[in-house]
Every structure is written in C-alpha cells, then in structure tokens.
Write a protein that binds this ligand. Structure first.
Ligand code: SF4
Length: 415
C-alpha cells in the first residue's frame, strides 16, 4: 500500500525506483506520496505521477461499436508504449472489453487504466438492459472486476444531479461518455450518482488492491464557450471533497480536468484544482485551446497541455489527430503520443529546469552531428526519413546546403 507505507516512513521499491529514474531523493518521493501529491504505480517499471516529477502522458485505446478489433487495439497499446507513453488506458465501449483489458494488462510494461462504467454498460447490454436499468450493485461489480486488472481506474463520482442540471445551459451539455451514462441514470432513476452514494464502497474496492482512483471530470467543458462554467466548478468542488475522503481512507488519487479551455483560463484552473484537491496529481484531458483545429487536435492539445503542465498539471492525456472525427488508427496514436510528449517536455523545461537534453541537441546541431541529433530527439523516425529522402550535397541539410548558418557563423566567428 503505497500511501500507507509512505506515511509509516517505509521506502517502497516503487518510491526508490521512481526517485532514481527522476534524479530525486527517495525520501522526497516518499514524503510526497504520503501527502498524496505523488501516486506510485507499477507494471514492469515503477511510474510516479505528481509534484516534482517529470510530466507524464497517457494514451487511450479501445474498441468502439463501429470497429471492435481486440487485435488492433492491442497493437495500438503496444505502439503507444513504444512511442513513449507513460501509461495506457483501455476505453472500450464495445466487444469483449474485459477480455481486451486483460490482454493489454498482460502485455503492457507500463501502468494500465480503464473506465469500469463502460463495462457496466456492456454488462447491461448483454442482458438487454439500458444504462438506466442498471442498479447500484452493477456499477460496483464492474469496478471490482477492473480493480483486479488495472493500475488506475476512472470513476466519475463527482457529477451530481445538480451538476447535470447546470450542464443543461451549456452549448455542449455533457461530453464525457461516463458523465452521459451517469446523467442518464440519475435522471431516469431520480437518484444521486451511484458512485457518489457508494463512495466508501468504491474506496474499499480500490484500497484492497492499491489501485489508483482517477476522479473523472464528467462535466469537463467540451468547447471553449463552456469552459469555467458553474457545472465545471461545482464538479471541481465535489472532486475536492472526494479527494480528501480518498486520502483519509489511504487510497491514492488523481483528479481529471478539462477538456476544452481557452489559454487565458488554464493557469487559474490548474491552481484552483491544486488548491481544492489537496495538491493531488492533476490529469488534464487536453486542454484543447481552440475548437476549430479539427484534424490537428493533437496540436491544440499540446499547446494547452504545455501551459497546463507548466502551471502544475502532472499528467497529460494524449489527444490524437483524429479526435472528434474518427477512432484513431495506429499512426494517429503514435502522432498523438509524440505531441503529448513534446508538450510534457516543454513544460518540464520550466517546471524542472530540465533542459540538459536540449543543450546537448544544440551542440550536436552546431557540429552537424546527425547521429547524435537523432539519438537525442524525442522521436527520430520522421527526422531520419526527411534526412534520407531530401539529402543535401553538403554535410549540412538541404534547407541551406553550403550556406548553412552553423558553417557560416563558425567561419565568421569561430568555434
Ligand atoms: S543547412 Fe540551414 S536548416 Fe540545415 S542545419 Fe544548416 S542552418 Fe540549419
């Protein structure tokens, strides 16, 4: 039990491993884990997310009703891991979702996350039941199954009937799938959120296997016009209260955040989340800073993710170029992971003064040392391809050839 061991002063193997990988003292990691400001997980290597650590990225895969191929999703999970994602989540809403999650968990060397309400929905579908026909036990049973397979699970416990009511005034109402399911269930049953009503049971289930709770943001804004509205703020306040209950119960917890948000609101949102949620790790889903970058939403998310992470967010959700348009393919997942890693590293240059690699790259550029440049690149496949296909007759690149600025300035100003 990471959080309880940390509070007892025990240095777990995960705390030691994360400290070594991040260049920090093991006691720093332990103290932050004890306070809930760092969560520690292991699948293969140990991974830490939170204050003082490198910004992490999560990639999503999962089957949809239009394309439910476990083989393809497993390949995407591998591609995400190979591209450098720190964690992977299975968000399947079709097919044998539990079977795929089991296969991903078995194959993965990075922590695996999932969203149990999707399995609850699929369980209901098998019995010809709609989401509104499920009872509270159905939601908890799906959570129990996922807790046996996943390292972290999203539970949308903070959407309330009042929050769903406030969302009616929005341009895009509710855009979280889990949030939609719960809003529908609450409206049909005239009851409060079953995860909120049974939050102690949720915590018991997660505590038993030391699974990290990712408190979902069911009311995250789905367009910049809805950003920072009362529905989002109410959910954030409820998240804050639930975070405190989770920490008290000894459950590691992270909080999910927006969504779509204009640049000017991101920093304030991160600060407010950190303040209301006891400084636990903040997992941002974007934020996408414009609604019109369709086909290029990985860039929009990288811009918002950089600003969020520089302001203190700890964990970036990968957004792919096919966001809002189609189920991502393998290439989309890779492209999305790389964009998120660029955002994370750009923020870490500020947050952790982590620019040693950038300086080495500059020196390799000055020397036109292409091998070293490719070694230092966050991803080098595309750059190698460019260099191979668009060669220069000179030792520089085909942009300036013999008029390469490095060569000219070396000749004029010296080495
Ligand atoms: S040729 Fe131009 S673009 Fe290429 S490395 Fe030299 S300065 Fe840079």
């Amino acid at each position: 039990m990471q959080i309880l061991d940390a509070r007892k002063g025990i240095l777990t193997p995960e705390a030691k491993e994360v400290a070594k990988a991040e260049g920090l003292s093991a006691d720093f990691v332990r103290r932050k884990a004890a306070a809930g400001r760092i969560v520690l997980m292991r699948r293969g290597n140990a991974v830490g997310i939170g204050e003082g650590l490198r910004t992490k990225t999560n990639a999503n895969v999962g089957m949809s009703p239009d394309r439910a191929s476990p083989r393809e999703e497993l390949a995407k999970a591998r591609a995400a891991e190979d591209a450098g994602a720190d964690t992977v989540m299975d968000l399947s809403i079709a097919g044998d979702a539990d079977g795929l999650l089991r296969r991903i968990a078995r194959a993965s060397r990075i922590p695996v996350g999932s969203v149990p309400i999707y399995s609850a929905m699929l369980d209901g579908k098998k019995k010809r039941k709609g989401i509104a026909d499920l009872d509270e036990e159905d939601f908890l049973r799906a959570l129990e199954r996922h807790a046996k397979l996943s390292d972290f699970v999203t539970v949308h416990a903070a959407i309330t009937t009042r929050g769903a009511e406030l969302a009616k005034k929005r341009e895009l109402k509710v855009v979280s799938r889990g949030g939609c399911f719960l809003a529908a269930w609450m409206a049909a049953n005239r009851k409060e959120n079953p995860y909120l009503e049974n939050f102690d049971a949720v915590l018991e289930i997660l505590k038993e296997r030391d699974v990290v709770l990712s408190l979902g943001d069911a009311l995250r804004p789905g367009c910049i016009a809805d950003a920072g509205d009362s529905a989002q703020m109410l959910e954030l306040i409820v998240q804050g209260k639930l975070v405190k209950r989770a920490l008290k119960a000894g459950v590691q917890v992270i909080c999910e955040g927006p969504g779509h948000m204009p640049l000017s609101k991101i920093e304030a949102n991160v600060r407010m989340q950190k303040r209301l949620c006891a400084g636990v790790p903040y997992y941002v889903l974007g934020p996408l800073v414009t609604d019109v970058a369709v086909g290029y939403d990985h860039i929009s998310a990288a811009i918002g993710g950089t600003v969020a992470a520089a302001a203190g967010a700890d964990f970036l959700c990968v957004v792919t170029p096919s966001e809002h348009v189609a189920l991502p393919d393998l290439a989309d997942v890779r492209e999305g992971v790389i964009a998120a890693r660029i955002a994370a590293h750009s923020a870490d240059i500020i947050k952790r003064m982590d620019s040693k690699r950038d300086l080495e790259m500059s020196r390799a550029r000055w020397k036109l040392d292409w091998k070293r440049q490719f070694e230092l690149a966050l991803e080098n496949g595309k750059a190698k391809e460019y260099r191979k296909r668009r060669k220069s007759r000179s030792e520089a690149c085909s942009m300036c050839g013999e008029y390469c600025a490095y060569k000219l300035s070396e000749a004029a100003l010296g080495k």
